[in-house]
Design a protein around this ligand. Sequence first.
Ligand SMILES: [Zn+2]
Length: 227
Amino acid sequence: MTMPFTALQVLGLCDSHLTQLYPNHSVHKDAAKAVFALQKSAKAAGFDLRLASAYRSFDRQLSIWCEKANGQRAVLDVNSQPIDISQLSADKLINAICTFTAIPGASRHHWGSDIDIYDANGFDANNRPQLISSEYSGQGPSAAMFNWLLKNAEDLGFAFPYLEHKKNGIAVEPWHLSYLPVARKAQQVLTLNCFKTHLAQQKFALCDRLLQDADTLYKNLVEQYYV
Ligand SMILES: [Zn+2]
């Protein structure tokens, strides 16, 4: 490990911890070799493991959050069905958005240790991955690779933080992998205090309500996925 994380890095406000792996896909400098090794092992097993998403900045997460809060982007339930948000109270709306979308500043994608992956062998130009559970189960295009990862990811330093349904938590995400040696360093820095202090300085949609409930939201959406 080169350097410990700073608060700005774990909040997605600074990108000095990153290196670009592919156009638009950056990861933490200390995760790059591991991601390449993961891809190489997957290839040897017959899969074409590609990144749908890697590092995401605070600003990027903020625009996704605000589009959902403002009704410009669909808010989906656990079955990937759009929810009518027009009648929801602020706390119900927060819970609905948080099923699939992290609060800006609280995304594991800020750390550069976490990636969303799919098996490119199962897709083509007319059939792009959507990152939905059905693609990773049964005969789904990324299902065989997912099963292979369940057996092999750990040996390569990776784990799936969002595989289990947890109370008041995030939807199951079989596409989201975390490189633990780096993620664990980030977890030490993204404390409740760090999360709250930063939130108190923000003014984005639903922010006041997020701050009011910060202790519970941090526990349910961030800390209970620490590995
Ligand atoms: Zn993800």
